[in-house]
Design a protein around this ligand. Structure first.
Ligand SMILES: NC(=O)c1ccc[n+]([C@@H]2O[C@H](COP(=O)([O-])OP(=O)(O)OC[C@H]3O[C@@H](n4cnc5c(N)ncnc54)[C@H](O)[C@@H]3O)[C@@H](O)[C@H]2O)c1
Length: 302
């Protein structure tokens, strides 16, 4: 059964691309949705479209770089629908390039939207999700990570963006541990799509004046994106992952090589650590501590 069926969802970056597809799929599954975006006109027209097909949807202005704005969007959502069951922290931006060539202002912008925006959204909505769980209802957080959360993709370089999406993997993992430790019952899913046909290649259309201002890109990238995966594939597989309480969801198989390479790197480094420790002198206190696991205990959920 689709668990969002009788619930309310809040989707940041909901007016375009993956966020738009999430809103459409949530309504198709019977849920109500707040389309939250800085692109207010697009959010309004999507909400109107969703209502025209019998869905319940509102548009709420939401700039995830501002706590005030996220809190106002939360209030509007709860005023209209009375509760929240699913929060999709999906808004994200990219400025491609290697580390050395990424401007300070673009680094700040990507971290503000992709990482701090996700944190603000989670912190603002978590109490409402806890309440939903307390009533015995579906309560879940869906974070939009990326193939860039899993390793370093072939396409690029998008180095600082990759680091923001790695941050979301750490955040999602530590969050589910926090939630488990507090017996919260709110689920966490990180969906990690490969390249998807959206407007992300033109993300700088929304860059604020304080960080360099908007820039419309007339780029060959749009061509590559137009031939890539559909946003609907991410929405359907991501929401199925929420229903099934899966932590990591990988919708597209083409990420396999670098995802497995990362896992191999970790396994090799761990094997090297164990070899090193077993070949060291027993009287060395650092070795003794390492042998006995130091302070790290296995406290991982699931
Ligand atoms: N398109 C891809 O190839 C791809 C792949 C993996 C992950 N992602 C991730 O998917 C998510 C959605 O991006 P998309 O590809 O649909 O791009 P998109 O540009 O089509 O949509 C992003 C939406 O986020 C909104 N947004 C931007 N800044 C915002 C802010 N400060 N506050 C609120 N909303 C804001 C935009 O207005 C837009 O509606 C992002 O987190 C992105 O990193 C995209």
């Amino acid at each position: 059964m689709n668990k969002i069926k009788y619930g309310v969802a809040f989707v940041t970056g909901g007016a375009s691309g993956i966020g738009q597809a999430l809103c459409q799929e949530i309504v198709r599954r019977g849920g109500k949705v707040a389309v939250a975006d800085i692109e207010q006109d697009k959010a309004e027209s999507l909400a109107k479209e969703l209502r025209a097909v019998g869905g319940e949807a509102i548009a709420v202005h939401c700039d995830v770089t501002s706590r005030e704005s996220v809190e106002a969007a939360y209030s509007s959502t709860v005023q209209t629908f009375g509760k929240v069951n699913l929060v999709c922290a999906n808004a994200g931006v990219i400025v491609p390039g290697p580390v050395a060539k990424t401007r300070e202002s673009d680094m700040l912008w990507m971290y503000e939207v992709n990482v701090f925006g996700t944190l603000r959204t989670i912190q603002t909505f978590l109490p409402a999700l806890d309440e939903a769980h307390g009533r015995g209802e579906f309560a879940h957080l869906l974070l939009t990570g990326s193939e860039n959360s899993l390793g370093v993709p072939i396409v690029g370089p998008c180095s600082v963006y990759t680091s923001t999406k790695h941050a979301l993997l750490g955040l999602a993992d530590t969050l589910r541990r926090d939630l488990l430790a507090s017996e919260s019952g709110v689920g966490v899913t990180l969906v990690c799509p490969a390249v998807v046909n959206t407007q992300i290649w033109n993300a700088t259309r929304n860059r604020p004046n304080s960080l360099g201002g908007p820039r419309q890109i007339n780029s060959a990238a749009s061509e590559m994106f137009s031939q890539s995966n559909t946003p609907e594939s991410v929405a359907i597989i991501g929401l199925d992952g929420c229903d099934a309480a899966e932590f990591l969801v990988i919708p597209h198989p083409e990420v396999e090589s670098f995802t497995r390479r990362r896992a191999d790197d970790l396994n090799r480094a761990m094997d090297a650590c164990l070899d090193r420790v077993s070949s060291l002198d027993h009287s060395d206190t650092a070795v003794t501590s390492a042998r006995h696991g130091g302070v790290n205990q296995e406290v991982h959920p699931q």
